[in-house]
Design a protein around this ligand. Structure first.
Ligand code: MF3
Ligand code: CO
Ligand code: CO
Length: 253
């Protein structure tokens, strides 16, 4: 298929910055609510209300290709796209909360892992490693680099820790569209893939598994789990490529 990367103007970038910071504020707001006993459905309701009424923004997942809720909540062996519902969080769980908001026509997309009580040391290591994978991926983004540089550094680091990287889902261009070109793979080879240029905006969102990389889609059509039921962790930021490097639009302003 023909790749059509929408390079952003300074005016677009200013709106993307706003959308990114609103997205970040949801992840900050929900943190204290992620505790043993809360349901993922309750977390969804709190986020939905905050996005709509406080931020006066739109929760992008709601009705996106039929997705029924406003956020994604992916617990333990759920890799991504978990649907909020009656599941009650318990001590030792790890959960990814993925927030995408639309403000003034532009999307911000970010996710974090939250620890419920005190998870086992393996779960803590997995969560930290996935976060480091995202940070390493961001560190190589600059004009003249290639998308394969991102995938390569993430894959090498995750595998050096004895973990694996999910292949079936990837980062993506983002802007007026939720999922734009290009695809941003979290595995690959240094120097391969398209060249990174100023004005690109895309996410990096590595999914790292404690066991094997393979995934399975549940019959709800959304929930992605590890095939071997091993734990999985993911972190995501939305980035803009500047003339000299990178700006993390969903990062500390
Ligand atoms: N936020 C996810 C991403 O990072 C996409 C979720 S699609 C949904 O790309 F429909 F499940 F919300
Ligand atoms: Co994304
Ligand atoms: Co996301």
């Amino acid at each position: 298929s023909l790749m059509a990367i929408q390079l952003k103007t300074d005016d677009d970038l200013s709106r993307m910055r706003t959308a990114g910071q609103l997205t970040r504020s949801v992840l900050d707001m929900i943190g204290p609510h992620v505790k043993p006993g809360v349901t993922t459905g309750e977390l969804d309701e709190i986020c939905h209300d905050y996005i709509v009424n406080t931020l006066e923004a739109v929760p992008a997942p709601l009705n996106y290709r039929g997705f029924p809720k406003s956020i994604c909540t992916s617990v333990n062996h759920v890799v991504c796209h978990g649907i909020p519902g009656g599941k009650r969080l318990k001590n030792g769980d790890i959960v990814n909360i993925d927030i995408t908001v639309i403000k003034d026509g532009f999307h911000g997309d970010a996710s974090r892992m939250y620890l419920v009580g005190k998870p086992p040391i393996l779960a803590q290591r997995l969560v930290e490693t996935a976060k480091e994978c995202l940070e390493l991926g961001i560190s190589v983004v600059r004009p003249g680099a290639h998308l394969g540089d991102i995938g390569s550094i993430i894959q090498n680091y995750a595998e050096s820790k004895g973990f694996s990287v999910v292949r079936e889902y990837c980062g993506h261009g983002i802007g007026r569209g939720f999922h734009e070109d290009p695809q941003v793979l979290h595995y690959g080879t240094y120097g391969e893939g398209i060249e990174i240029v100023p004005g690109m905006t895309f996410t990096i969102e590595p999914m790292v598994n404690a066991g094997k990389a393979q995934t399975r889609l549940l019959s709800d059509g959304w929930t992605v789990v590890t095939k071997d039921h091993s734990l999985s962790a993911q972190w995501e930021h939305t980035l803009a490529v500047t003339s000299t490097g990178v700006e993390v639009l969903t990062g500390v302003a």
